[in-house]
Design a protein. Structure first.
Length: 116
């Protein structure tokens, strides 16, 4: 399985970005998927996840992003997206997707930089 995240960039505080992650292979639909981030000098953390169809596509969010971020998935396209609104400088990080909990090798991630 290969993970390819995209959509990062530089945005001003209060702005929005939409990240997308494409997953190779044919087992995507079976797994709950998560978005993680790693800020400089900090550990990687899970910020949002979405369950599989069999679990009703339930979502969960870290408190720090609740009501600002929305995770979604498209099993046909094998993608998982993260809509990020009202971005804050503390959201600056490299963002990755993986299963929740993570099982696969990490892809390159996509850098999100939020300026104040």
């Amino acid at each position: 399985v290969q993970l390819q995240a995209s959509g990062g960039g530089l945005v001003q505080a209060g702005g929005s970005l939409r990240l997308s992650c494409t997953v190779s292979g044919n087992i995507f639909s079976l797994y709950p998927m998560g978005w993680y981030r790693q800020a400089p000098g900090k550990q990687r953390e899970l910020v949002a996840s979405i369950a599989s169809r069999s679990s009703g596509f339930k979502t969960k969010y870290a408190d720090s992003v609740k009501d600002r971020f929305t995770v979604s998935r498209d099993n046909a396209k094998k993608t998982v997206d993260l809509q990020m609104n009202s971005l804050k400088p503390e959201d600056t990080a490299v963002y990755y997707c993986n299963t929740d909990p993570y099982l696969w090798d990490w892809g390159q991630g996509t850098l999100v930089t939020v300026s104040s």
